[in-house]
Write a protein that binds this ligand. Structure first.
Ligand code: HEM
Length: 239
């Protein structure tokens, strides 16, 4: 089912919003929170890697991986490789981002995995890894039978979109949680930083919405005469 809008302009809007979100999280972490570091005396700098890697690496690159499959005017085998590589990079940066949060907690004597955000976070990254792994085996190498692939493709698209929406929601929860910690200290509730963090969360949600809209929009016609997966009639649009 495709909604009556072309994927291409939605995709461009998504790229612009992604760029804005990336700039916002970098300005927050570097200018307001003191910068980024993997090794540092100031453990907050280690934490700062977490939102940057989760937003730019996991959410934005993951979103680009999803929309690349729908919007790039390339042949299906090429799109498939771009899709799986972008998802692999996004998963790796997401895992690194979570490691940064754990490292910050461990080196600061803060307990791990006590919040709803962290529980959903572990669920999201595990589902994402599971989705990537079975899809690689099924759709890329060694590959399932054509029947199996076309039967499981709707589940792949549905689970992928579900996990992605959950990730975007959890990122918003992360911004809320960090801002609440800061505001329970000295941070001005109506100050510049508070607005920056809240608006970064809003822009993240807007990006997520544009990714979902791209997936449900009409695909540009692709020069793909070969249907190696019996997926041509499907191509991500039948969500
Ligand atoms: C989908 C993206 C994200 C995922 C999967 C995720 C996952 C996680 C996980 C698993 C932890 C637990 C670390 C530990 O217990 O040592 C954590 C901690 C934390 N995250 Fe995120 N995170 C994401 C995005 C964000 C963002 C964008 C922020 C914004 C600042 C954020 C803020 C926090 C905070 C404040 C903590 C420490 C407190 C806590 O454990 O809940 N997260 N995150």
């Amino acid at each position: 089912m495709a909604v009556g809008i072309n994927a291409m302009p939605v995709t461009f809007a998504a790229h612009v919003v992604a760029l804005i979100a990336a700039i916002m999280v970098l300005v927050w972490s570097i200018s307001f929170r003191g910068g980024l570091a993997w090794e540092a005396e100031n453990k907050n700098l280690i934490f700062n890697l977490h939102p940057v890697l989760m937003l730019i690496g996991f959410i934005i690159l993951g979103g680009e991986a999803i929309i690349s499959y729908k919007s790039l005017p390339l042949e299906k085998p090429v799109k498939k490789i771009i899709h799986l590589i972008l998802h692999a990079i996004s998963l790796s940066l997401g895992i690194w981002g979570i490691c940064a949060a754990f490292k910050n907690h461990n080196e600061s004597g803060i307990p791990n995995l006590y919040s709803l955000h962290s529980w959903i976070g572990i669920g999201v990254i595990s589902l994402y890894a599971f989705q990537w792994l079975y899809s690689f085996i099924l759709f890329f190498y060694p590959g399932g039978s054509p029947n199996l692939r076309s039967g499981l493709l709707p589940w792949h698209a549905l689970l992928g979109l579900f996990v992605y929406v959950l990730a975007v929601g959890n990122a918003a929860l992360g911004f809320l949680e960090k801002l609440t910690f800061l505001e329970s200290g000295k941070l001005d509730k109506y100050g510049t930083e508070a607005f920056l963090v809240n608006f970064t969360a809003i822009v993240t949600i807007l990006f997520g919405a544009l990714v979902v809209l791209t997936v449900s929009a009409k695909s540009p016609s692709t020069p793909s005469p070969v249907d190696d997966d019996d997926e041509t009639s499907y191509s991500y649009s039948a969500i």
